[in-house]
Design a binder for this molecule. Sequence first.
Ligand code: EPU
Length: 440
Amino acid sequence: MTRAWKIEPTGPLRGDVTVRGSKNAVTKHMVAAILGHGASRIGNAPRVGDVEITASMLRSLGCSVERDADTLIVERGEQPASAVPQTFTGRNRIPVLLLGPLLNLTGEAFVPLVGGDRIGPRPLDFHISALAAMGAQISVDDTGIHATAKRLQGTKVKLPYPSVGATESIMLSAVLAEGRTVISNAAVEPEIMELALFLQRMGAGIQLQPDRRILIEGVEKLHGADTRLSGDRLEAFSYLVAGLLTGGQVRVHGCAQERLVTAIETLRKMGTRFDIGEEYISASAPDGLRSAAVHTDTHPGFATDWQQPLLVLMSQARGLSVLHETVFENRFVYVKALQQLGCEIELFPMCLGGNACRFHDTNHLHSAVVHGPSKLVGAQVHVPDVRTGFSSVIAASIADGPSVLMDVESLERGYDEPLKRLQSLGMAITVDEAFEETAD
Ligand code: EPU
């Protein structure tokens, strides 16, 4: 039995959606907050499963996390524990970000093995070698990562790839380390900049340098601070695409245009017309959509978390489209669900539609060729990860016949109250809390 959404084919989705802060920013802010003396208030916090998981993780360490409407109030306890309990094994990717902070606060740390979407091996070697370079003694076994350090020391770290998690991990470790840390080849995603600004408000010494360098001067003490999260660019894009795909028009509020520059340009080239104001972005395609060749990249390139709704959109554009994934080698796990819904997509191991990436000459199926327009049909599909969930929902809404999406918890882990928002746009969804899967 599984929690499932039943989706009836719906007409054009129309209306307004306001996006709140993103799962990928709020959880890191919650970790940062425990570095300060006194409470921090994180406003515009989304109601996503990952916040609940991270809140219980922090509470298990003796910290307090309260919600007052859209604001999270986070304060670390007098004497935080140094070990994240094993019960959090595989729940999300936050435990590894706690390693440095726990070392700073207690001199030792244990975190269980991290989870998150299964979109590649997702190793933690950058996180671990950076902490080791900062003087931590680290060992990894099949229960998790153990570390000790008298006091972390600032150092120079050159990341082999601009990893979001590793950049955050080093920032969260370096702010209370002794001396200066310089991260070269750092990730510069908007969520990282947001975290840097929050840490600066908490009293951290942080400078953003040209050429992907972040310079951190360790300080003795941080204090609590207040912030308001910016709107989620991944959700904003998803809802704009939901409107386009169904021949409707969704107006998204709460996400700054500057966070969507590449996404807007990609959709514009496909034939989308935009109406952009100070407070909103609205997209429509009255003349239909054309095919495109897109490759994902680190910021400011086309985000890997935008590609799932885009692939569904490509299935309804005229002609052959190509999508080359260069961030995660196994990001196309969700394509099976879209194929069951009738999307004509073929996967290839070579780098199509762009320069060779890290995965060329491997067997990883990381390029997709999409034939449009495909005729979609209702189906029963599993939702293996956050972004897949949304793409399957919007595909189901234009399919011929009803569909059932099983295991929707993973969608709810990352999207803020998606059921309410999609229903308000006109999507016909009912929830079955105990759906019994039938053989096809
Ligand atoms: N990598 C390594 N070693 C490391 C760390 C990363 O080889 O120690 C590699 C990864 O295997 C991957 C690449 O570097 O090939 C980029 O990974 P990154 O560390 O940037 O990803 P992440 O921090 O694990 C975050 C988001 C993802 C998002 C990526 C890329 C969170 C919790 N997750 O993951 O979000 O796709 O950055 O922007 O912030 C999602 O929201 O659905 C999601 C998967």
